[in-house]
Design a protein around this ligand. Structure first.
Ligand SMILES: [Zn+2]
Length: 324
């Protein structure tokens, strides 16, 4: 399937769109999804202890036929409307024998909702299937009823999931060079995967996970902050900048807990800042790249040399602090 998929947060996106220069060979959507899923797997499972909201994580990614335009979906044969898009190696899903293109029929006996025949491209069916998994106990055996191949008999595969942060990540197809979050779904612009390697993208994904860990959406809403026109000014703008800095600092710890050298965040903002200031996060609500790099460097200097893994930084306490 090609770069047709549209995510729900097209409507939520607050990051400016950047025109794409010609690219020799853009990666396929599946390749990009696989890269993002691998990064998200590391970050969400290694930092489960820092997340108040957790969910069972399997290492498999789902997609549904109504995430694609009808003419694209009509070109294939599908075992079921919701399918396993990819299975990361060495994860619970892989160990249980779940396979790509398996149709997902039920989660712990609850049938996966069928797509509504609206004719519109939507993530709703995929999200409903994910939600059935998210509400299950984080470490309990997870029975998935699947169909392998068109017309095959249903069978059950039981996955032994691990706890992870309750945040979904998805690639936003198109030219968007940024990332944004509504608190539950983090969307990462497909263009990032053409410009940056996985370590660099991990910095961006960790920043977005930092927003979720620190409950920024809920805290900004509680503070009466407005999104949209003029939201960059005054108290609104100040609170956005405050949460952006918090997400940068937390993101460095999330990287570190997941096995990356957290200084890659400092390097990223210092060296890629010019590329990014023109697009990703360009607005009055984000500090300059040089300031971001310096702030992360100062924060990391406060981490004890013998900090355990996962390290739970004092910064985590801010998730319950009102924004003023
Ligand atoms: Zn941010």
């Amino acid at each position: 399937m090609t770069m047709w998929r549209i995510g729900l947060a097209l409507m939520l996106a607050v990051v400016p769109v950047v025109p794409a220069p010609a690219v020799a060979a853009a990666p396929s959507l599946l390749e990009v999804d696989r890269r993002l899923a691998g990064i998200a797997w590391r970050l969400t499972t290694a930092n489960a202890a820092l997340c108040r909201d957790t969910q069972p994580v399997t290492g498999a990614t789902l997609h549904a036929i109504d995430q694609y335009p009808a003419e694209v979906a009509a070109g294939g044969q599908y075992a079921a409307p919701v399918m396993v898009e990819l299975v990361l190696p060495d994860t619970p899903a892989a160990r249980a024998g779940l396979a790509e293109n398996d149709g997902l029929l039920a989660v712990a006996g609850t049938p996966v909702p069928a797509p509504e025949a609206t004719g519109t491209v939507t993530s709703a069916t995929r999200n409903a299937a994910q939600a059935l998994i998210a509400v299950r106990p984080v470490a309990a055996p997870l029975p998935l009823t699947i169909r392998r191949g068109v017309g095959a008999a249903a069978r059950t595969i039981t996955v032994a999931p691990v706890p992870g942060c309750r945040v979904e990540f998805e690639v936003l197809a198109g030219n968007k060079l940024g990332a944004s979050s509504d608190g539950q779904v983090v969307q990462v612009g497909g263009r990032l995967f053409e410009l940056f390697d996985d370590d660099q993208i991990a910095v961006v994904v960790a920043h977005e996970l930092g927003h979720a860990v620190l409950r920024h959406r809920a805290r900004l809403e509680a503070a009466g902050v407005r999104w949209g026109v003029l939201s960059e000014f005054g108290r609104n703008g100040r609170l956005f900048r405050e949460t952006e800095t918090e997400a940068d600092l937390m993101g460095a710890y999330l990287l570190r807990n997941a096995g990356w050298d957290p200084r890659i965040a400092v390097t990223f903002w210092r060296e890629q800042g010019g590329k990014i200031d023109g697009g990703l996060f360009r607005s009055r609500t984000h500090p300059s790249s040089a300031a971001r790099a310096a702030a992360i460097e100062r924060e990391l200097a406060t981490m004890p040399a013998d900090a355990p893994t996962p390290y739970v930084p004092p910064l985590l306490e801010r998730r319950d602090a009102p924004l003023r």
